[in-house]
Design a protein around this ligand. Structure first.
Ligand SMILES: C[S@@+](CC[C@H](N)C(=O)[O-])C[C@H]1O[C@@H](n2cnc3c(N)ncnc32)[C@H](O)[C@@H]1O
Length: 220
């Protein structure tokens, strides 16, 4: 936890309650240890969606569909959400949830199965364009997804990247990081450096949840 636990708990206590069906899905995900967006991240996402009112959303990392269903709740009727997942066990749960009639806006969501990099390339070939991208998959791959994401993100589009501060360890020296986490540590630092220094993007990093980077694609 990168922000004082009591401050986070207080802020979360002020947040709007989720619709009961989403609350149930959130509870189920947490019980099964599925890593879904934290409460405080939900607040930021809801705020951005209501402000920007995107029409086409791309999510990388569906898990069991919680955040896709969450986004379907806070977007207009004409919004379409595409979400990508590759793990078979997660796909079974996601397909079940995304077909469940208790979720009133589920029909906005299309699930694309497969390795994200491959699916992103397919979307580029199809000429797809998104005004909001939520990146919440394997952190070590963010850097390799970036060129495709930039092709898919429309002008003034928003790229939201979750888990960028890695529980705060991203600030530590490479040598203090356990050997098995060094690759992910250096790739995340490279990703953060890149999105904060690219001419096409304006980026701010918020110490919310596990860290969120908000990047807006500038008109060139
Ligand atoms: C943190 S979870 C997503 C949680 C979800 N966004 C939510 O908040 O409800 C990350 C998901 O991304 C998937 N994932 C990771 N790397 C991927 C890749 N290269 N291609 C497709 N899916 C991937 C994982 O299987 C996992 O289910």
């Amino acid at each position: 936890m990168i922000v004082d636990e009591r401050i986070t708990a207080y802020i979360n206590s002020l947040d709007k309650e989720l619709p009961s069906v989403l609350l149930e899905l959130e509870k189920e995900a947490l019980e099964k240890h599925v890593p879904i967006i934290k409460k405080e991240t939900q607040g930021v996402l809801r705020f951005l969606l209501q402000l920007q009112q995107p029409k086409r959303i791309l999510e990388v990392g569906t898990a069991i569909g919680f955040s896709a269903l969450f986004m379907s709740e806070y977007t207009g009727k004409d919004c379409a959400i595409t979400t990508i997942e590759k793990v078979a066990m997660r796909l079974v749960e996601a397909e079940k949830n995304l077909a469940n009639p208790i979720f009133p806006n589920k029909d906005k969501i299309t699930l694309r199965k497969g390795e994200a990099l491959e699916v992103l390339k397919e979307l580029v070939t199809e000429g797809q364009c998104y005004d909001f991208i939520f990146l919440d998959a394997a952190k070590a791959q963010y850097m390799s997804f970036l060129p495709e994401l930039m092709k898919l993100l429309g002008k003034n589009g928003m790229l939201v990247t979750d888990n960028v501060l890695q529980d705060g360890t991203v600030i530590n020296s490479r040598y203090s990081i356990t050997r098995r986490y060094r690759t992910i540590h250096s790739r995340m630092r490279e990703y953060l450096y890149t999105i904060t220094h690219m001419e096409e993007l304006s980026t701010v990093i918020l110490p919310v949840g596990d860290g969120i980077a908000l990047s807006s694609k500038l008109e060139q």
